[in-house]
Design a protein around this ligand. Structure first.
Ligand code: SF4
Ligand code: MG
Length: 335
């Protein structure tokens, strides 16, 4: 498969009055054409900052310090603002957690749907309107024609998220980045939006990066998963690797003890005791060590390297070392 995006050793920091917060600390992953990839982890692990770095929408205090993000050969970190403006909302689009803050309350849904088409695609008003109706139909909004002249407050939360998805797909983007697209919605609506995303994934060729704290959500949609912790990708593999052969103690914690293949897909992220690391002073060793029930002395001293579990499956956890003690539910290397 051809790569659409190749992120290599990306570092992003925030320079605050108390010092440098190292929010993303050298992450590497890629996305193939037409593929959905998950970035999973607790809040504060760096997943949203990764997205904001790729789209260059970081707050003024944030800066990509190092690394690259090649999008069809163009480095999103280095291209001019002008070039980025052409890519954002056009070739790469995004969906955020809270549709209400992303929709403009003073413009009709029709206006907001047509805006990117007029701007990026230079469509006539007539064609843009036609396409807007098609888009609303695509995301399952009934009476699309009539809905165009309504305002965001006239839509329910679930319907607003559908509109956001329609807007994100307006320009037929090559890549869609969805940051916690279902988190702000109630459970039944969450399931509907997820079903919609799955359905769309089969209909359109757009690649997706799905950012979530919920393993159930990625299991449904993504073929490959990156588990993030403390600004790093701690485990990376196919959905099968992550769910059936978790090789990092943090992933194991997320899955909750021994994975049960029958209930796995419905498994939700289990809270793990303790706090994520302070990224003002990131630990020298494994960032998960203070919360890890399997932590060994070496874990606190030295950042674990990536252990190659199988092709495309790697994990930065000493439990994969041949001399490490055996842990129930953990397979990793050579077990
Ligand atoms: Fe736990 Fe050590 Fe693995 Fe980190 S490297 S997750 S502390 S066992
Ligand atoms: Mg976030």
């Amino acid at each position: 498969m051809e790569k659409l995006l190749k992120v290599n050793n990306l570092h992003t920091s925030f320079y605050t009055h108390v010092g440098e917060v190292m929010a993303v600390r050298g992450i590497t992953f890629d996305v193939e054409k037409g593929e959905a990839v998950g970035l999973v982890g607790e809040s504060g692990c760096g997943k949203s900052v990764t997205m904001m770095s790729l789209l260059r929408i970081l707050a003024d205090t944030g800066k990509v310090k190092e690394g690259s993000a090649l999008f069809e050969g163009r480095d999103l970190v280095k291209i001019s603002n002008q070039e980025m403006l052409k890519i954002r909302g056009n070739e790469i689009s995004m969906i955020f957690q809270d549709p209400m803050t992303s929709l403009n309350p003073v413009f009709t849904i029709g206006n907001q749907l047509m805006e990117p088409l007029l701007r990026h695609k230079r469509m006539t008003k007539h064609d843009a309107r036609k396409k807007a109706v098609e888009l609303l139909k695509l995301v399952g909004i009934p009476e699309a024609e009539k809905r165009l002249s309504q305002y965001p407050h006239e839509f329910s939360g679930g319907m607003r998220q559908r509109v956001m998805i329609a807007m994100a797909l307006a320009c037929d983007p090559k890549l869609l980045i969805a940051d916690e697209p279902t988190t702000a919605l109630d459970v039944t609506i969450q399931a509907q939006i997820l079903d919609l995303m799955k359905e769309l994934k089969n209909k359109i060729s757009t690649s997706i990066i799905l950012i979530t704290h919920d393993l159930g959500v990625v299991a449904d949609l993504c073929s490959r998963i990156n588990v993030m912790y403390g600004g790093k990708i701690v485990e990376q593999g196919t959905k099968r690797d992550i769910f059936y052969n978790p090789s990092h103690a943090y992933t194991l914690g997320l899955l909750g003890s021994v994975p049960n293949p029958k209930t796995l897909i419905k498994e939700r992220l289990k809270p793990i005791d303790g706090q994520p690391p302070d990224l003002l002073k990131p630990p020298e060793g494994c960032p998960f060590a203070p919360r890890c029930k399997y932590a060994m002395r070496i874990c606190e001293i030295k950042m674990p390297p990536y252990f190659e579990i199988s092709e495309g499956h790697r994990a930065a956890c000493y439990l994969n070392h041949p001399y490490a003690p055996k842990v129930e539910g953990f397979k990793g290397r050579g077990r």
